[in-house]
Design a protein around this ligand. Sequence first.
Ligand SMILES: [Zn+2]
Length: 76
Amino acid sequence: MGRTKVVGIAGRFGARYGASVRKKWKEVMERRYAKYTCPYCGTVTRMKRISVGIWQCPKCGTTWAGAAYTPWSIEH
Ligand SMILES: [Zn+2]
């Protein structure tokens, strides 16, 4: 994979793209590990991600389908 690195004008765009993606990724990761309120038992805790888009409340064990990296598609 590393040997297929593209240089030149494509590489220049790639660097710019990578920077914005890293910033976005940081936001995603911070939200992923933020605390959320369980809509079923009201506990404010870090939700457990079972798999991509599937989340579970560690207190009441309720599972639900959410966004890929956050329990809900919320924008604060
Ligand atoms: Zn709960």
